[in-house]
Structure formats: structure tokens, C-alpha cells
Write a protein that binds this ligand. Structure first.
Ligand code: ZN
Ligand code: ZN
Length: 359
């Protein structure tokens, strides 16, 4: 057995050559000595040698071993692989397909979206809601059979002529998109596509506390996958209608109420609505217009942590009567006579009053 030549010498590069330099040198040499182009007697031997050198040096691990131990470090690592391993190198240069994998292709089914509109109470308390959607369904009549084009392997071999000669490339079968599956072309329901458009009734569980703009994901209720691919998901996009008195803010409920002057001045207990029914609220004497009261735990259940609840916030405003009875007018006039008279105040009085409010 003749002594092996140095790999760097074979490719004509220095020991410090970069990957890019190796690649360029290999391409040049391979073109020069390819047996289809070079008819000299030793062309094939030289070509194998070039190929082997490149296989070792283009692999950083093998290259390191070769640098340390010479040919002894990489015996059996290339050599016999010869032309067999050439496909990979060919692919590395020319962007071929995943020729080394024997896997069938599979594709996940498409996700679908479906909008629903909920009443405010439905969003707060949750429940079940039936919907009807149009979607592709896997054909249940025709059985999956092996694709005739690729015999069910999902891949076909394609011979390709290049300047290096003829190479066999393995590509995904176009007929079955690489899945290897085919369907009965005579099937009335799916016309051989394996899927058909149909309507499906689905019950959607609405969780308590779901809010406007949120989505409910129904796993596997989207379009069917191809091959062994998973089915897509169905996303229910929630729109919530406005309520006539309750306004949602996060998990809190906000309401505004107007109280008569005596109630705010003298205080009292009032009944107010909450999403859970009637509640009592104590208005302290001297309550200001715009003041906010909080009823803890009377808000909305948190959609993610169902043991958590928001509050109800009650903003109270003063209700000023536009019409007065004779008796009310007399009382207001008397009240004014014994109150601070705003009409007698100077500008500086107002200035200091405003300052006090903001300090
Ligand atoms: Zn096929
Ligand atoms: Zn069918």
C-alpha cells in the first residue's frame, strides 16, 4: 500500500487554511480531476484522494485529530467512504435536499380562528356555548394508501447532471408532499385529497372571568395535519358586550351612582347592585362628590386563578336638583343664610382655598 500523501498538500493549502479556503481549494481540485472531465489514467484516484482529504479537513473534529496524529488519527474515518459520502459534500456546495434522511414529511394542520360575542354576564360567570364552524375534516370514507409515485416512502430519487457528472438526489415526492400518503381518487367526499369541507358543532367551555379580546384555545380543533403531523388548534376570539351599569376594569367592576345632598352630608346606608346581587354600602357623613367606595371580593373571578376575585368600586357623585318644591326652596334659602356666603368672598379667598385643596 503506497504511503498516503498529506491532506493539506493534496488540496494545495496551508495548515492554517480557513474553512472557506478549504472549500475553494477543494472545488477547484475536484473540478480539475473529476473523472467525467479528466480522462487521464490517474484522474479517478486523484479525485478520490481530493475527496478524502476534504472530508477530513472540513470536519473540525477530524481535522484536529489529523493535525495531532496524522493519518493514524483518522484511519477509517474517510477513505473507504469514497464516492458514497460524496453526496453530502455535493449537497453542501449546491444546496441539495436532506438526502441522508429517510423520514417522511409531515405537516401540522392550520390553526383556525372563530369570533364569538358574549353577553357581559356570560363573560363574568362562564358557561358552555355551542358554535358551528366550517372547516376541513379528514375523510372518514377513503383509507390512506401508499402514494403511487413514491411507493409510500415520501421520497423520490432524481438523477441530476452537473459539471461533476451525474448524481442522484433524494427529494420529497411532489405528489404527496413527502408524506407518502395517498387517498382514493374516486372518493366522492374528498375527491382524493383526503379531506373535505364540512360544518362541525363544538361546545366551547367559557371560563369565568374571561375578558374582551381574550382567546380560548381548543387543541386539535383546527385543520387536520398531513402525514403524522398534528392537527391545528382552534382559537375562539372573545368579544364581550357592554353592560348598562357595570364597567369592567381588570377584574374590578366599576359603577357610578348619584346621591342627594343630604345623603352625602349626613351619611346613611344605601343598597347597591353588584354582579352577585344586592349589597349594603355605608356612606359616611361628609362624603365628597367623586369619592370612591370599595366592596372587596364583589368583582370578577380571575380567569387564570379562579380562587381570586376583584372588587366592586363605587364612585359617588352629588345629585343637584334642577327643580325644587316650595318647601325645599325655603329650606335651601334658610341654609344659605346660615352658611358661608360664597358671593361675599374676595379673589384672594378663592386663591388660598384652591391652594389648600392641592397641598
Ligand atoms: Zn409520494
Ligand atoms: Zn375520501
Amino acid at each position: 500500500m503506497p504511503e498516503k500523501r498529506d491532506y493539506y498538500d493534496i488540496l494545495g493549502v496551508s495548515k492554517r487554511a480557513t474553512d472557506e479556503q478549504l472549500k475553494i481549494a477543494f472545488r477547484k481540485k475536484a473540478l480539475e480531476y473529476h473523472p467525467d472531465r479528466n480522462k487521464s489514467k490517474d484522474a479517478e484516484e486523484k479525485f478520490k484522494e481530493i475527496n478524502e482529504a476534504y472530508q477530513i479537513l472540513s470536519d473540525s473534529e477530524k481535522r484536529a485529530k489529523y493535525d495531532q496524529f496524522g493519518h493514524a488519527g483518522v484511519t477509517g474515518a474517510a477513505g473507504s467512504a469514497g464516492f458514497g459520502g460524496f453526496g453530502d459534500i455535493f449537497d453542501a456546495f449546491f444546496g441539495g435536499s436532506q438526502s441522508s434522511s429517510n423520514k417522511k414529511a409531515s405537516y401540522r394542520g392550520a390553526d383556525l380562528e372563530y369570533p364569538i360575542t358574549l353577553e357581559f354576564e356570560e363573560s363574568v360567570f362562564g358557561g358552555e356555548k355551542g358554535i358551528t364552524i366550517e372547516k376541513l375534516i379528514k375523510c372518514d370514507i377513503c383509507k390512506t394508501i401508499n402514494c403511487s409515485n413514491c411507493s409510500g416512502t415520501g421520497q423520490i430519487k432524481r438523477a441530476q447532471r452537473t459539471m461533476f457528472g451525474q448524481f442522484t438526489q433524494v427529494v420529497n415526492c411532489q405528489k404527496c408532499s413527502g408524506t407518502g400518503d395517498s387517498f382514493d381518487s374516486g372518493c366522492q367526499k374528498c375527491k382524493g385529497s383526503g379531506r373535505y369541507q364540512d360544518t362541525k358543532n363544538i361546545f366551547v367551555t367559557i371560563p369565568q372571568g374571561i375578558d374582551d379580546g381574550m382567546q380560548i384555545r381548543l387543541q386539535g380543533e383546527g385543520e387536520p395535519g398531513f402525514g403524522t403531523g398534528q392537527d391545528g388548534d382552534l382559537y375562539i376570539v372573545v368579544k364581550v358586550q357592554e353592560h348598562n351599569i357595570f364597567v369592567r376594569s381588570g377584574n374590578n367592576i366599576e359603577i357610578s351612582i348619584e346621591l342627594n345632598v343630604p345623603t352625602l352630608v349626613l351619611g346613611g346606608v344605601i343598597k347597591i347592585p353588584t354582579i352577585q346581587g344586592e349589597e349594603s354600602l355605608t356612606i359616611a357623613p361628609g362624603t365628597q362628590s367623586g369619592q370612591i367606595f370599595r366592596l372587596r371580593g364583589k368583582g370578577i373571578v380571575d380567569v387564570r386563578e379562579q380562587n381570586k376575585r376583584g372588587d366592586e368600586l363605587i364612585k359617588v357623585f352629588v345629585k343637584i336638583p334642577k327643580k325644587l318644591t316650595k318647601e325645599q326652596r325655603e329650606i335651601y334659602q334658610k341654609l344659605r343664610a346660615i352658611s358661608e356666603d360664597d358671593t361675599k368672598k374676595s379673589v384672594s379667598d378663592w386663591v388660598s382655598r384652591i391652594k389648600d385643596r392641592f397641598s
